[in-house]
Design a protein around this ligand. Structure first.
Ligand code: FES
Length: 124
């Protein structure tokens, strides 16, 4: 038997905007320890070996930040807090049920376009 793949990858946006920039960002002084809280929650729950948290760059949904993407599933969570992280780990990552009330607004997260269709749209 080989080394098992992770069951989940969690991409937490770790982009911060320089002070004074009008564009919102996912990391501010108030939210800067959310990634660490995600990692320690996974550790406390004993699932770190099968869930890989990843610090990502901007996921292009800055106005809904802090955001994180759970794969597989293309599940995008928005407006994160430490409390929300704990519930997502317990109910979604361990329990298998997406926490619907923390999802990004569906207007901001519509169905994906396949790369082949994207090429067609671009006339390439
Ligand atoms: S800064 Fe996090 S999505 Fe853009």
């Amino acid at each position: 038997m080989g080394i098992p793949q992770p069951a989940y990858y969690i991409f937490k946006c770790e982009q911060s905007a320089p002070p004074g920039m009008p564009k919102p960002s996912c990391v501010t002084p108030q939210t800067q320890d959310i990634f660490q809280h995600l990692a320690s929650t996974l550790m406390q729950q004993g699932v770190m070996a099968t869930v890989q948290p990843i610090r990502s760059s901007c996921l292009n949904r800055c106005s809904a930040g802090p955001v994180m993407l759970v794969e597989p599933g293309h599940t995008m969570y928005a407006g994160l807090t430490k409390e929300k992280i704990e519930r997502i780990v317990t109910e979604h990552i361990i329990g298998g049920n997406v926490v619907e009330e923390y999802l990004i607004d569906s207007e901001m997260w519509d169905e994906p376009i396949s790369p082949a269709d994207m090429k067609k749209q671009m006339g390439m």
